[in-house]
Design a binder for this molecule. Structure first.
Ligand SMILES: [Zn+2]
Length: 439
């Protein structure tokens, strides 16, 4: 048995009553056994970390990232989506080898954990998804990962990324069998058709059926860019969300990144099917894609989450930046009460958990849930004085304030240092792999 006690913080529970309490959070064998008050260890094998001066809260959950792209940070600035994909990202992914994928995955997981993100929904590339799973496993992060699926006959897709419908489905099935539910359930699989334009009708239909059959998620992109929406209309004679629904991909198990350019009808359909939308504000601004109408989605009853997307379109994987931006970005249009601080913090935690299909397991600090917990130091000058912890987390705190991070009741970051990865090695491996790739 292992017992972890995060001692003496201000606890932002994100429970149904939005309780803020003082005291300890304790986990035994990965599960939360106490929230608030003074806790006495129940076993001999306990570990106490000091959280005085910290806000203790559920870890941030990012429901749309591409850890495999991290080596291309700073390589694809100031481009719009389709150029960005065709001229840099797809050639990069086509050239990525096993070592590059491993180095990118480790770098991403290290950055995510140090910044307080404890769980991700990750779209890998077409090949080497096993290396991404291995990196996530080693780092200690909770990850739902899927291999990108791209079987469309599109001349813009480089040969290194093209695959047949059968090989795409077979490889996905193999990865799902190997990894889904492994590492005590910390690693999971989700089917990841890149977007409808990268896939044949046959593949989309099969993914719709197989994801349901296997009881796993679907992770894709839609309606990110005006030119993409026009191409979808040209091919299918209808809009993205209706296309996804036709192929059986829409449901509570589906998370769709971006959803910027939607009709009111598409918003209603997303809500009716219980599908999740992942808002990626930095990525959308940088690629000049537009701004996801988050207040309208919420008003329509659509479940929403946040994500940093990838290092080449952000250029960080910083959950606190996305949280702050999501809270600020919609106010100029929808008024100062659009996405208020408590709502933004809830979306960044429990909203993400729901998008990963894990709302009953993580996303809030409640007895019986898994111990995905972070302690955020609010003694830095930019957080002083602290009045409301909601305000501190949404508007003032930064990822560098994250002091401790636990996933599944085990520390992955202690006193701002990685527990399972060596930071200098991660940095050097990433630099070397990037140098080889971009030689
Ligand atoms: Zn993306």
């Amino acid at each position: 048995m292992t017992e972890l006690v995060l001692r003496g913080g201000t606890i932002l529970t994100i429970d149904p009553e939005h309780r803020v309490v003082g005291g300890d959070v304790a986990c035994i064998d990965g599960r939360i056994v106490a929230v608030g008050g003074s806790y006495t260890p129940r076993t001999r094998d306990y570990h106490i970390v000091d959280c005085a001066g910290c806000i203790v809260m559920p870890g941030l959950v990012q429901a749309h990232v591409h850890t495999c792209q991290t080596l291309a940070r700073g390589r694809a600035d100031d481009l719009e989506l389709l150029d960005w994909l065709r001229t840099v990202i797809w050639p990069y992914e086509a050239a990525l080898d096993e070592e590059g994928a491993a180095a990118a995955g480790e770098l991403a997981c290290a950055e995510l954990l140090l910044g307080g993100t404890t769980a991700i929904l990750d779209m890998a590339t077409v090949h080497h998804t096993g290396a991404i799973f291995e990196a996530a496993k080693k780092s200690g992060i909770r990850a739902t990962i899927g291999k990108a699926m791209m079987d469309a006959d599109d001349p813009h897709i480089p040969p290194g990324l093209r695959e047949s419908t059968t090989s795409s489905l077979d490889e996905s099935a193999r990865l799902c069998e190997r990894w889904h539910g492994s590492a005590n359930g910390r690693l999971r699989y989700a089917y990841a058709p890149r977007f409808v334009l990268s896939c044949t009708d046959e593949l989309l239909r099969e993914v719709g059926a197989q994801a349901k059959e296997r009881g796993v998620g679907v992770h894709t992109h839609a309606s990110e860019n005006v030119a993409e929406v026009a191409l979808v209309r040209q091919r299918f004679g209808k809009d993205n969300i209706h296309v996804l629904d036709d192929f059986g991909l829409l449901g509570a198990h589906a998370t769709i990144a971006h959803c910027i350019h939607l009709s009111a009808d598409e918003r209603r359909l997303l809500a009716a099917r219980g599908a999740h939308v992942c808002h990626c504000p930095s990525s959308n601004l940088k690629l000049a894609s537009g701004i996801c109408p988050l207040p309208e989605l919420i008003a329509a009853g659509v479940a929403v989450a946040l994500g940093a997307d990838g290092a080449p379109c952000n250029n960080n994987l910083d959950g606190f930046l996305e949280l702050r931006l999501a809270a600020l970005l919609h106010k100029h249009r929808a008024g100062p009460r659009a996405v208020p601080a408590p709502a933004a913090v809830r979306i960044a935690t429990l909203g993400g958990a729901a998008a990963l299909g894990l709302a009953t397991q993580i996303g809030s600090l409640e007895i019986g849930k898994r111990g995905d917990v972070i302690a955020v130091d609010i003694s830095a000058l930019h957080s002083v004085p602290t009045t409301s912890p909601w305000s501190a987390i949404a508007y003032a705190a930064k990822s560098c304030d994250v002091r401790h991070v636990a996933v599944d009741g085990a520390l992955a970051v202690q006193d701002r240092a990685l527990v399972h990865l060596e930071l200098p090695k991660v940095r050097e491996r990433a630099r070397a792999a990037a140098a080889t790739m971009f030689r």
